[in-house]
Design a protein around this ligand. Structure first.
Ligand SMILES: NC(=O)c1ccc[n+]([C@@H]2O[C@H](COP(=O)([O-])OP(=O)(O)OC[C@H]3O[C@@H](n4cnc5c(N)ncnc54)[C@H](OP(=O)(O)O)[C@@H]3O)[C@@H](O)[C@H]2O)c1
Length: 272
């Protein structure tokens, strides 16, 4: 797999940071994006210390114009990793009569970051890759977006997150059937809980919690094998697929008994 030039969103934390650090080596150009200056700088310094040529750019994935300029300005990409994302669960209603809810600002932020932000990364990357020659293996480039096992189910605890991740997975897997004819390989990562700052303050047990380095290795192995959908842990994804086949009322009765489905058990979504 040729990886001379790699672009990563969400490189300031969690999986994006771990992937950047794992890929950093002499002769490799890394284009790193994030919003937090200190944390992005920490990733950039580590990667430069490993010998990579690092270009760190502060930016918001929801800004389509800035993303277009940034991605096209790379002048060639072998791999794009769309890792930037936010999550959020339901809130406790002010009156018990109203039931759990997601504030409108949270719903919009999750869709804008996790879905539109991925499109703002993937669409210009596709244009860049269409304009570059095929490598010896016939590949022009690879683009990978992080979805989630949450996208496999209609989970009432995280409605917007589940929906945005489902859309990302469907888009990447379905589009990949078309782009592979042009030598552009698309992948969707359908992962369960990964031990990153995103889940560190969840007030419920997280079955199958994977450490970030293992997750990173699994993603890179899947990419090296040209997997369209990179799935881990498999048992969680399989169980989720089966849950989704059940009648809604049956599945819902189970979900609503899960500690992770309870309103107010996830930290509030960062709306800054
Ligand atoms: N951790 C899990 O259990 C899990 C499971 C399944 C899928 N995922 C997905 O994996 C991806 C990485 O998550 P993580 O666990 O590594 O979380 P994380 O540690 O919270 O990192 C999230 C990253 O996204 C960036 N980001 C958020 N909003 C952004 C925006 N509007 N513009 C640009 N960057 C933005 C953050 O940048 P700043 O900090 O600089 O703002 C940060 O670098 C996400 O898409 C997440 O949904 C995570």
């Amino acid at each position: 797999m040729t990886l001379n030039s790699v672009l990563i969103t969400g490189a300031s934390s969690g999986m994006g940071r771990a992937l950047a650090c794992a890929l950093a080596r002499p002769g490799r150009r890394l284009w790193l994006g994030g919003r937090d200056p200190a944390r992005l700088d920490a990733t950039a310094r580590y990667c430069a210390g490993q010998g990579a040529e690092v270009h760190a750019t502060l930016g918001d994935v929801t800004d389509s114009h800035a993303m277009n300029t940034w991605v096209r300005g790379t002048n060639g990409l072998d791999l794009v990793l769309a890792c930037a994302g936010v999550t959020g669960g339901t809130h406790v209603a002010p009156s018990p009569d109203l039931g759990p809810y997601e504030p409108e600002a949270q719903v919009r932020r999750i869709f804008e970051t996790d879905l539109t932000g991925v499109l703002n990364t993937v669409l210009p990357a596709l244009e860049v890759m269409r304009g570059q020659p095929r490598g010896d293996d016939g590949v022009r480039g690879r683009i990978c977006a992080i979805s989630s096992v949450a996208g496999l189910v209609s989970f009432p605890g995280t409605p917007s997150y589940s929906a945005a991740k489902a859309a990302v997975d469907r888009f990447m897997v379905a589009s990949g059937a078309n782009t592979r004819k042009a030598g552009i390989l698309l992948s969707s990562v359908v992962c369960g809980f990964v031990d990153t700052p995103m889940v560190a303050r969840n007030a419920f047990p997280m079955p199958g919690l994977t450490d970030v380095d293992t997750a990173c290795r699994r993603i890179l192995r899947g990419l090296a094998r040209n997997e369209r959908r990179i799935v881990f842990p498999r048992w969680l994804a399989l169980g989720s697929r089966m849950m989704d086949l059940l009648p809604i009322r049956v599945a819902e009765a189970y979900y609503l008994r899960q500690p992770s489905g309870a309103p107010g058990t996830m930290p509030q979504t960062d709306l800054s």
